[in-house]
Design a protein around this ligand. Structure first.
Ligand code: PEP
Ligand code: MN
Length: 375
């Protein structure tokens, strides 16, 4: 059971004390208090864990600080969407809103290489009104002899350039918990010119100790990739690990499944799962068409497969696009062959906007249908 308190309930108020006292004394029940800081208000949620079946929902709702109570299922307790659960989705980070209703584009370099390329990428984003990007500093590579990313050495100049070009959020994969400290230390020293969304790669989706470490901090939101060879349920449970440790600012990213059946694409594109994840959880959903498709092949209609896959995700309601671009793909140190080119950026953004508008219009069509059905 979940008890949602009245917004902005002071933790030193009598109402809060009385409520907590009552809940703490319920037999066989333990409590987990979770604070959600929204743009305009603070919400306190109290999770009642253990033997909650005998509890009376109305009795809990009668407690002075409680606004309403929700019976939650076992799965995805914090991030899940439960019956009669109309809580808001998403969060605001560094001035950028992330929700199940809007869309943010994170175009950028799969791997940071030289300052010139980072500069060109960020300038292009600024020129096109974009405030988010992706920049890989810590790269998990299949081959131990491949370029592993510049690591913390590149952080100062990447963050400085981001600040200079008005970039507010950088999606950056980390592969070890020590990287959180490296990123935080660097940002702090520079006076926080930009923000970072910590990315958990598909190879680490079930690295539970890493998930717990990331979940214990709430400074940075998290982009969790779906595991490439596990079920959707297993990947959503991985996301719940982050929330269960305290960080519910999580975006779930579909990036394709590893199977020979996906050929000629690098992975089997799984963007039909966008609405499924939005139904099962309250997380905003991201699609990564670059790592799904993995090439610059194009169809006879003149549109690249990466762009088609993006459109499929966005038209189905995706809330974020994570996509590889590079000013000189032949010089890229990681994943050059799948990168989109700088001169393709404006058209690609226009295409995405069109698809997002189309998704909104599609909702109108079915809303009208529901309206007529009830007449
Ligand atoms: C990436 O986004 O750079 C990446 C390595 O993706 P994935 O973890 O999905 O393979
Ligand atoms: Mn890559």
């Amino acid at each position: 059971m979940l008890a949602i308190l009245h917004p902005n309930t002071p933790l030193d108020s009598d109402a809060y004390r009385q409520t907590l006292h009552y809940l703490e004394n319920l037999p066989g029940v333990t409590l987990r208090v979770h604070e959600v800081q929204g743009a305009s208000q603070r919400l306190t949620e109290i999770y009642l864990l253990g033997d909650t079946k005998p509890l009376d929902k109305e009795e809990i709702e009668a407690l002075p600080a409680v606004e309403r109570a929700i019976r939650i299922s076992e799965d995805y307790r914090i991030l899940g969407r439960h019956k009669d659960d109309h809580r808001q989705s998403g969060f605001t980070y560094n001035g950028v809103e992330f929700s199940q209703n809007n869309l943010n584009i994170f175009a950028g370099l799969c791997a940071v290489d030289i300052p010139d390329h980072v500069e060109m990428m960020m300038r292009a984003l600024e020129d096109n009104g974009e405030v988010c990007t992706r920049m890989g500093a810590y790269k998990p590579r299949t081959n131990p002899y491949s370029f592993q990313g510049h690591g913390k050495g590149c952080l100062p100049w990447v963050f400085e350039k981001a600040g200079k070009h008005g970039i507010k959020v950088i999606a950056m994969e980390i592969t070890h918990e020590s990287h959180i400290e490296e990123i935080d230390h660097c940002l702090e020293q520079l006076g926080r010119p930009t923000g970072v969304m910590l990315q958990v790669g598909t190879r680490n989706t079930q690295n539970f100790e890493l998930l717990k470490a990331i979940g214990r901090q709430s400074t940075y939101p998290v982009l969790l990739k779906r595991g490439f060879g596990i079920t959707l349920n297993e990947s959503l449970n991985a996301a719940e690990y982050l929330a269960s440790e305290g960080n519910a600012n999580v975006i779930f990213c579909l990036r394709g499944m590893k199977t020979e059946a996906g050929q000629p694409h690098r992975n089997m594109v799984d963007f039909a799962h966008v609405p499924a994840v939005k139904r099962l959880t309250r997380m905003p959903v991201c699609v990564d068409p670059s790592h799904s498709v993995g090439s610059r092949e194009q169809s006879p209609d003149g549109i690249l497969d990466v762009m088609h896959a993006t459109a499929q995700g966005v038209v189905a309601g995706a809330n974020m696009v994570l996509v590889d671009f590079h000013p000189k793909p032949e010089k890229a140190l990681v994943d050059g062959p799948q990168a989109l080119l700088m001169n393709e950026l404006p058209a690609y953004l226009e295409d995405i906007r069109l698809c997002h508008e189309t998704w909104k219009k599609r909702q109108d069509i079915y809303r009208k249908l529901k309206g007529t059905a009830s007449e």
